[in-house]
Design a protein around this ligand. Structure first.
Ligand code: PMV
Length: 372
């Protein structure tokens, strides 16, 4: 399905003199964990498979973007005072895309101050939170430049579409709760170009699911997710993987609707291990899990057999997301302390859970704030 750019943004651009000289926009946006993974993409950031994720709460990025009117337009961005930030190419790609849709954005130069809630050394992916926060800021700037107020639903759709151009997983961080991205007949209005919220379909058990992120290693990954996506363009298992992800998406959606923890757990674990199996079995791939990752998986499975309601997911790195219902939090905390933290770098784990999504931090009331 093609995303039609929102009419709100197709206003004529005011002449330079009528444009505000300086505009600021700030957003706090969370990370997310996909239980059915997006892995592999086509040009234009079109995912090979649909993905289904839970938006987090404690792991977020706070970004304030200042736009200064400029006679020399271009994708000029300074991040935390530097032109050498690792996210700069992704942010430039996002800005270039959005300036094509909303030309007024090309009349400004940008200075971005951004900070994560989690330590850089925690090895927690920050591209979903960072790029979604930047997309939301740019749309906030466009609103102020054009002196329009875009309805919350449209604003978030457009933010999801734009965030995708920086980092695919960022398209999902625009919404709280549970989010689907990628074409599938299982969700009305699902699209390859933007994510949609499915929280209203989800059982309460999953709307309050907790996620203890076990930081096995905070070292930078030896393979970026962009390189990983590339391996799927010529992987011997690509065709099978696409079929599998489409099927698992439907099964997982049914499981989280029904509150079926064992089924959701089985699918999430299979997805996490499939991601790493795909990575390990292709030229240009790599082994991103560590011995500690495997030991944690074994211990989670043993504890589950002994009655603890837990399951895991893993992103393209060594860290383990331990997922569990809220009511098991005390038992899980004790289990982690004795059995799992010894395998974490400096005993580090982040206590997180299903979150409510991004919100503005520039003092402007926003009707979509806290929506799930
Ligand atoms: O958004 P990217 O390009 O960093 O890719 C994310 C890929 C995974 O995190 C491995 C899976 C996912 O769906 O988030």
């Amino acid at each position: 399905m093609n995303h039609k750019w929102s009419p709100g943004f197709l206003e004529p651009i005011p002449s330079s003199g009528d444009l505000p000289e300086v505009i600021t926009s700030g957003w706090q946006s969370p990370s997310n964990i996909a239980l059915v993974k997006y892995w592999g993409k086509l040009p234009g950031q079109i995912p090979l498979t649909p993905s289904l994720s839970m938006t987090l709460s404690a792991c977020f990025t706070r970004t304030v973007t200042e736009a200064v009117r400029s006679d020399r337009p271009g994708a000029g961005i300074l991040i935390n005072g530097s032109a050498g930030h690792p996210f700069l190419p992704k942010m430039k790609a996002l800005l270039t895309f959005l300036s094509g849709q909303i030309p007024v954005l090309a009349r400004y130069r940008y200075s971005v101050t951004t900070q994560n809630s989690f330590p850089h050394s925690a090895g927690i992916a920050s591209s979903a939170s960072g790029l979604s926060a930047f997309a939301l800021c740019l749309l906030g700037i466009a609103e102020k430049a054009l002196r329009i107020c875009v309805p919350a639903e449209t604003f978030l759709r457009d933010a999801s579409c734009a965030a995708r151009m920086g980092s695919g997983s960022a398209a999902r961080s625009v919404y709280g709760g549970w989010v689907a991205w990628g074409q599938t007949n299982a969700v009305d209005s699902a699209a390859d170009t933007l994510a949609v919220s499915v929280t209203h379909l989800v059982h309460p058990l999953f709307q309050t699911l907790r996620d203890t992120i076990l930081v096995v290693s905070g070292k930078p990954k030896s393979l970026s997710s962009s390189e990983g996506h590339m391996t799927m363009l010529c992987h011997p298992f690509t065709e099978g993987r696409i079929m599998q992800a489409k099927g698992r998406f439907i099964q997982l959606l049914e499981a989280i609707k029904a509150g079926d923890l064992p089924m959701a757990g089985m699918l999430a674990e299979a997805e996490a291990l499939t991601l790493h199996a795909l990575l390990m079995t292709t030229p240009g791939g790599d082994i991103l899990i560590e011995p500690g990752t495997l030991e944690i998986i074994r211990r989670i499975r043993k504890a589950r057999n002994d009655g603890l309601p837990i399951f895991f997911s893993i992103d393209a790195g060594p860290n383990v997301h331990l997922l569990h219902p809220e009511e098991a939090s005390t038992a899980v905390r004790d289990f982690c302390a004795t059995e799992l933290l010894p395998f974490c770098e400096n005993g580090l784990a982040v206590n997180d859970g299903c979150g409510r999504g991004p919100f503005r931090i520039d003092g402007v009331a926003y009707e979509g704030e806290g929506r799930v």
